[in-house]
Design a protein around this ligand. Structure first.
Ligand code: HEM
Ligand SMILES: [Cu+2]
Length: 611
C-alpha cells in the first residue's frame, strides 16, 4: 500500500490516541477526587487530604466547574489572538486596492496565493470569533458562576462538562489546520469558503459534478466545526440540566444571567444538531457522491435554508448571555434593581422563540416567493421589540441611579451604545427594499460587527473585569482597564462606521481587492473613496488591537502581581443590597482560606511566608 501523507497523518493520530489512553490509565486517581472544590477529603484515595492533583495533571483531568471555567477563559484568549491576527492581516491588505501585502505573507506560509489566503483568513476569522471565541468565553463565565448562582454543587454532568471543553482545542486544530499543514507541503490549505460555506462553492459544481474546492482543508474545517458543535451542544444541555435540575433556589429567585444562559441552552438544543446534520450532508456530498446540495439533487438553496435556520439562532445564542451580563452588571453599578426584571426575562424567552422564525432574512436576494419573503420581514421586524424592551430597561435602570464608572460599567455602557447602533441597522436590513440594496456590502459587515464585537465582545470584557477579583484573587490595574475601554470604543466606532459608509458606497464584502484603476471616469473617484474609507477602517482596527494588547497585558500582569483581594465584596455591593450568591461564596472562601487546589495552596503558602 502506498504511504500517502493522509495515511501518515491518520497513523500519527492513532499513535497519539493510544498514548493518551495509556497515560490516562496510569493516573490512578484521576476520577476519584471530589468535583466540588473544598468538598470531600479524598477518603480512600492515595492523595490523602489533597482534593486535587497538582500541576498539569490537575488541569488536564479536572471536572470542577470553576476549573473548567478557567480553562475556557484561557482558551478564549488564545482564539481571540488567532482571530484578531486574521482580522488585522485582512485589514492591512485592504489598505491598498491591489493585492500586495498578503502575497508577501502567503509566500512565508508556504506559497498560498494572496487572494486564496485572504479568503482563508476571512473564513478562519469568522468561524474563530463566533464559535471558538465568543461562545466559549460566555461558557467560561457560565461554568464559573452559574452553579454558584443557582446554588448547585457543580454542573449537572461534570465529566460531560470536561469532555465538552476538551473537544474544543482539537476542533480548533482541525479548523486552523491549513495554516500548519500548508507550509509542510501536505496539500492542505486553509478553507476559503467563508463562514457560511455556501453550496455549490463548497459542494459539487453544476456541470459534471466535479468539486469546486477539492482542497481537503475544507473537509477538515467541516469536521472541526462539527466537533465544536458537539461541544457546544454538550455544554448547552449541561447548562439546562444544571439550572433546571440542580438548582437549589426557587424559580422566582433565579438571577437574570442564569435565565439568559438557560434560554441559550434551549436555542442550542434546537439549532446546533441542525448544523451538525447539514455539515454531515455536505461532507457526504463532497466525499461520497450524495447530491443533497447539487442542482440535480436537493438544490443549492437547500444549504442556505439549513444553514440559516441554524445561523440566525446562532447569533442569538451568542448575544443572550452577554445580554444577561449587561442585565446583571448595570444594576450593580447604578445602585438600583434591574428595572422590570420580569419583562427582561420574558423578552429573553421571546427572543429564544422568535429567533427560529427569521432565518430567511439572510436570503431576501435569493429569489424566494415574495409573499414568503414579506412574512420573514414581518417576523424580523417583530424580533426587534424584545431587544428594545431590554434596551429601555437597561436605560431606565441607569436613570437617576448612582452610576459608578468602573471598568465593568464602562464596558457595559459601551456595549449598550454599540447594541443600539447594531440593532437599528439590523432593523433597516430586515426591511426588504433596503436589504436588496445593501445585501453583501460592507454595510452588513458594519451591522454585525457592532453586534458581535461591539455588543457581545464588550459585554464579555465587562465580565472579565467584574469577575477578575473572584477568579484570580487579585485586583486588576484600573488605569490600564480605562485605556482598554477607550481604545476599544473609539477603535470599534471608527472601524464599523467606516464599514457602513463603505457599504453605502457600494463596496461589496468578501473581496480581497478593489482595483478600479483600469476603468475610467467616475470609478476613479469611487476608488479613492474606497481607499480612504478602508484606510480609516484599518486605522480603527489598529487602535482596537492596541486596546486588546493592553487588556492582555493587564490580565497577565495583574494575575501575577496585582494587589490581593482582602474583602469578599470588592465592588461594594452590600451597600445597595446586591451582594449576590457567587460573591457570598467568594467571601466565605476568603475567610476560611480553604485551599481549593494546587494553585491556591501554593499561593496560600506564599502569602504565609510573606507575612
Ligand atoms: C442580536 C444580535 C445580532 C447579531 C449578533 C447579528 C449578527 C449578524 C450577522 C453575523 C450577520 C451576517 C451574516 C452573514 O454572514 O451574511 C447579520 C446579518 C443580518 N442581520 Fe443581524 N445580528 C443581530 C441582530 C439583528 C437584528 C435585531 C436584526 C433585525 C431585526 C438583524 C437583521 C439582519 C439582517 C437582515 C441581516 C442580513 C443582511 C444581508 O446579508 O443582506 N440582525 N447579522
Ligand atoms: Cu439573522
Amino acid at each position: 500500500m502506498e504511504l500517502t501523507p493522509q495515511l501518515v497523518l491518520a497513523l500519527l493520530m492513532g499513535v497519539l490516541l493510544v498514548a493518551v489512553a495509556g497515560w490516562l490509565t496510569r493516573l490512578e486517581d484521576w476520577r476519584s477526587y471530589s468535583p466540588v472544590g473544598g468538598g470531600g477529603h479524598g477518603e480512600g484515595t492515595a492523595h490523602g487530604h489533597a482534593e486535587k492533583p497538582s500541576g498539569l495533571t490537575r488541569w488536564l483531568t479536572t471536572v470542577d466547574h470553576k476549573d473548567i471555567g478557567i480553562l475556557y477563559l484561557v482558551y478564549s484568549v488564545v482564539t481571540l489572538v488567532g482571530g484578531g491576527l486574521a482580522a488585522l492581516l485582512m485589514r492591512f491588505e485592504l489598505v491598498t486596492p491591489k493585492m500586495d501585502f498578503l502575497n508577501t505573507v502567503g509566500g512565508i506560509l508556504g506559497g498560498i496565493g494572496g487572494a486564496t489566503l485572504y479568503n482563508g483568513l476571512l473564513t478562519t476569522h469568522g468561524i474563530t470569533m463566533l464559535f471558538l471565541f465568543a461562545a466559549p468565553l460566555a461558557f467560561a463565565f457560565g461554568n464559573y458562576v452559574i452553579p454558584l448562582l443557582v446554588d448547585a454543587e457543580d454542573m449537572a454532568f461534570p465529566r460531560v462538562n470536561a469532555i465538552a471543553f476538551w473537544i474544543l482545542p482539537f476542533a480548533t486544530l482541525l479548523i486552523w489546520a491549513g495554516y500548519f499543514l500548508k507550509p509542510l507541503g501536505i496539500g492542505v490549505i486553509p478553507a476559503p469558503t467563508s463562514w457560511t460555506m455556501y453550496a455549490p462553492l463548497t459542494g459539487k459544481a453544476a456541470a459534471g459534478g466535479q468539486l469546486f474546492m477539492p482542497n481537503p482543508g475544507v473537509d477538515l474545517l467541516l469536521l472541526g466545526l462539527h466537533l465544536s458543535g458537539i461541544s457546544t451542544t454538550m455544554g448547552g444541555i449541561n447548562f439546562i440540566a444544571t439550572i433546571v435540575a440542580e438548582r437549589n433556589v426557587p424559580w422566582t429567585d433565579v438571577d437574570i444571567f442564569s435565565w439568559t444562559v438557560l434560554t441559550t441552552g434551549g436555542i442550542i438544543l434546537f439549532a446546533f444538531p441542525l448544523l451538525g446534520a447539514a455539515l454531515i450532508m455536505l461532507l457526504l456530498d463532497r466525499n461520497f457522491g450524495t447530491t443533497f446540495f447539487t442542482v440535480e439533487g436537493g438544490g443549492t438553496i437547500l444549504w442556505q435554508h439549513l444553514f440559516w435556520f441554524f445561523g440566525h439562532p446562532e447569533v442569538y445564542i451568542l448575544v443572550l448571555p452577554p445580554m444577561g451580563i449587561l442585565s446583571m452588571l448595570i444594576p450593580k453599578f447604578s445602585g438600583r434593581k434591574l428595572f422590570g426584571f420580569k419583562f427582561v426575562v420574558y423578552s429573553t424567552l421571546a427572543i429564544g422563540v422568535l429567533s427560529f422564525g427569521v432565518w430567511a432574512h439572510h436570503m431576501f436576494t435569493t429569489g424566494m416567493d415574495p409573499r414568503l419573503r414579506a412574512s420573514f420581514m414581518a417576523v424580523s421586524l417583530a424580533i426587534a421589540i424584545p431587544s428594545a424592551v431590554k434596551t429601555f430597561n437597561w436605560i431606565t435602570t441607569m436613570w437617576n441611579g448612582k452610576i459608578r464608572l468602573t471598568a465593568p460599567m464602562l464596558f457595559s455602557i459601551g456595549a449598550l451604545q454599540n447594541f443600539i447602533l447594531g440593532g437599528v441597522t439590523g432593523v433597516f436590513l430586515a426591511s426588504i427594499p433596503f436589504d436588496l440594496l445593501m445585501h453583501d456590502t460592507y454595510y452588513v459587515v458594519g451591522h454585525f460587527h457592532f453586534m458581535v464585537f461591539g455588543m457581545i465582545g464588550f459585554a464579555l470584557f465587562a465580565a472579565t473585569y467584574y469577575y477578575f477579583p473572584m477568579i484570580t484573587g487579585r485586583l486588576y490595574n484600573k488605569k490600564l482597564a480605562q485605556w482598554h475601554f477607550w481604545l476599544s470604543i473609539i477603535g470599534a466606532n471608527i472601524t464599523f462606521i467606516a464599514m457602513m459608509i463603505l457599504g453605502y458606497g457600494g463596496m461589496p464584502r468578501r473581496y480581497a481587492t478593489f482595483d478600479l484603476s483600469m476603468v475610467a471616469g467616475n470609478h476613479q473617484a469611487l476608488q479613492s473613496f474606497f481607499v480612504s474609507a478602508h484606510g480609516i477602517a484599518t486605522l480603527g482596527a489598529v487602535i482596537m488591537a492596541v486596546g486588546q494588547i493592553i487588556w492582555l497585558w493587564n490580565v497577565v500582569q495583574s494575575f501575577r502581581s496585582g494587589k490581593r483581594v482582602e474583602d469578599g465584596d470588592p465592588w461594594n455591593l452590600k451597600t445597595t443590597g446586591q451582594f449576590t450568591r457567587e460573591w457570598a461564596w467568594f467571601e466565605q472562601k476568603l475567610q476560611t482560606k480553604l485551599p481549593d487546589g494546587g494553585e491556591e495552596e501554593e499561593e496560600a503558602d506564599a502569602a504565609q511566608s510573606a507575612d
